[in-house]
Design a protein around this ligand. Sequence first.
Ligand code: BV8
Length: 253
Amino acid sequence: MDDAHLQSAARALARSRRLVVFTGAGASKESGIATFREPETGLWAKYDPMELATPEAYERDPEFVWSWYEHRFGAAAAAEPNPGHVAIAELELLLPRVAVVTQNIDGLHQRAGSSDVVELHGSMNRFKCVPGTHAGFALSDFAEQTEKPPRCPECGAHLRPDVVWFGEALPADAIDRAETLSKDCDAMLVVGTSGVVYPAALMPRFAHEAGATVVDVNPERDALTSSATIFLKGPGGEVLPLLVAAVREHLGD
Ligand code: BV8
């Protein structure tokens, strides 16, 4: 990664008064959580997440889709925030205002210490019944149930993860706040996203159109790289700690 690019990104972040950090599955890769578009290893390698994360798939075979999510709950529960998550949380201590807008459902930003996290696609730590009438359940609320998927303690309908599946609307409060933050920010740090899932992928475009400095961190070029101000090529777990150290230096200037 080019040091000149790192320094100009650090200068932009050090000067920012309203920073948004926009993350995708790549931000959790170094915590051992598979991304959406890189093939999984083992049992799930032959299944396409795009096919499984849909209401139709759940309707067709709730037990199978539930077991896919159980596999992912296990991976997320075993995962620890990686140095990238920790660096993002540290930015809150250095800068006047930092908000995280994530596409991820693993809760790792919160576990790393980020206190303002907008979960665009929901959370695998929350459950609701398929009709959507009852929500806010945790895994522990139905741990004793043996049936898979478990049933809603209130109405008996199947439970599902409170996540946004393809073809479903994003939670209005989350997308509204993400859009407001992205249009108002003066800098956006984009980490670990292919930038192909909408409407989430509009956020870096809103920031760019608002004149914010957009820094894209990814080992590969992605769909957002061309509209970014600065591209830092590399994994988040390596780049972000270097970036935050450089921000500290610029703040000390
Ligand atoms: C909706 C939760 C309408 C579930 C997910 C235009 C406008 C609106 C919609 C659409 C549109 N065009 C198409 C659509 C439909 C669709 C869509 O976007 N399809 C795409 C595929 C074309 N969008 C929807 O269906 C959305 N809903 O629009 O509803 C509506 C409106 C009103 C009423 C009814 C309906 C819903 C989309 C949300 C789907 N749910 N997740 C779950 O997780 O189980 S999305 C899923 O993809 C994950 O959240 C994931 O985060 C997300 C995006 O992928 P990425 O995060 O970018 O991950 P990916 O694997 O793609 O890339 C990883 C990147 O990391 C790579 O670039 C890689 O290089 C990089 N990387 C790898 N290692 C590292 C790294 N980076 C840093 N460090 C590393 N170490």
